[in-house]
Every structure is written in C-alpha cells, then in structure tokens.
Ligand binder design. Sequence first.
Ligand code: ZN
Length: 240
Amino acid sequence: MDELIKLIKNTKNVIVFTGAGISKDSGIQTFRDTDGLWKDFDPNVYATYEGFMNNPEKVWRWYLYRYEKIKSANPNEGHYFVAKVEKYSQNFALITQNIDGLHTKAGSKNVIELHGNIHRVKCCACRNKFNTEDVNFSILPPLCECGGLLRPDVVWFGEALPYKELQLAFSYAGTAQLAIVIGTSCLVYPAAEVPFIVKRNGGAIIEINPEKTPLTDYADLHISKVDGNFYKEINNKLDL
Ligand SMILES: [Zn+2]
C-alpha cells in the first residue's frame, strides 16, 4: 500500500481504469462473477440491439429495475479513492466501463465513460439524447417526440464504443506514467486495450482486483486483498 501511495503522490500523468467490480460494494451487481447478472439474464436478450428490437418493453423493464437500484445507490470508499487520486495528479483521466454514474457522484471530474450512462436515453431514430429522469415511462417502451423508440444510452454487445470517448481514452493511455486498474475482468474489448497501451508506452500498472485477469501477468503490482477497509485505510493516508 505504501508503494501505491508513493506512486500516486509522485506521478504526474495518471489514469484510473474501472469496471463493475468497483461498484459491487455499492450494491450494484457485476456481470461476469459467479453471482453476476449474466448468470440469470441472457445478454443476447438484454444487451443487444436485436434483443431490444425484439422486445423493447421487456428490455426496458429490466433496465428500469436496474436504473431504480442505481439511482438509490451511493458511492463507496473505492469511488472516493479514485476521486482522491485525481487531486494528486496534474494530468488525470478516469476511464470507466461503468454506466452507473457513481464516480461522478463521488466527486470525480474528468470522467470518460466508454460504455455510456444509464442516466441517459437516446432515440433510435433521431439520435437525440435525454435524461432518463425526464422520460415518461408510464407506457413502455417510451417514445421520442419524433416518434422513434427511446433506448438506454449504453453500449450493447456488437455495438461500437462512442468514438470521441474511445479516442480520448487511448490518448490519455498513451501518455500515462501510471494506470490504476480497478475491478475489471479486462475481457471486454476494445475497452480492455486501455491498460495495455499504458504498459506498451512504458507506464506502470497497478491492478486492484480480488481475481486474476489477463492483465495480472503484466501488472507491476497486483493487490488482491480488496475490501472496504483497504480503501478506508488508503483514503486516510491520502489527505488531499
Ligand atoms: Zn427522436
């Protein structure tokens, strides 16, 4: 831990890269764990454009259930840790695969969301975006003013990541001297490319994850004992 604190305090260009694991302690289910969402729900049905078009009402019911859970969730010590790291580095980006918005709620500023955000919806026809909380869900599926279907503004399987966000993430990764990678299986590409870019450009990788991942062998440090106490302790030592 002391090594990690020293790096955080002394490195100018830092990125943090996060996945579903960081939100677990906030009560948000992950996808790929043994108790993850994809065990009970078929991603082909709930997380593809075809699945949505096939039964938009069913998919919306599932997203509204998750939206309500996420809306009432609070950030945990892990999210606050990431917000603290930002205060120490001169050039910082948080690149997240999460759609729950909890990093922003915890105070993170420069957040790049690679997989969208459940707090937004977009129109399948005119592409306009709206805040989820402003949408009338009394009739499912909800429709845009233009008559098009509204869908969650999240990236589904088989869909391209938002171009601007991905380019920005790769550009930060290219100059980062340190990447802290938290709670991601590093399996979903192209997002999973981010820490490897840092490594290829000579940056250091700190992986914080209870499980081993395809990244672990490339990490300079792998911290596997992760719980609320770990973050509480490290947050106490980061006084900014
Ligand atoms: Zn529209």
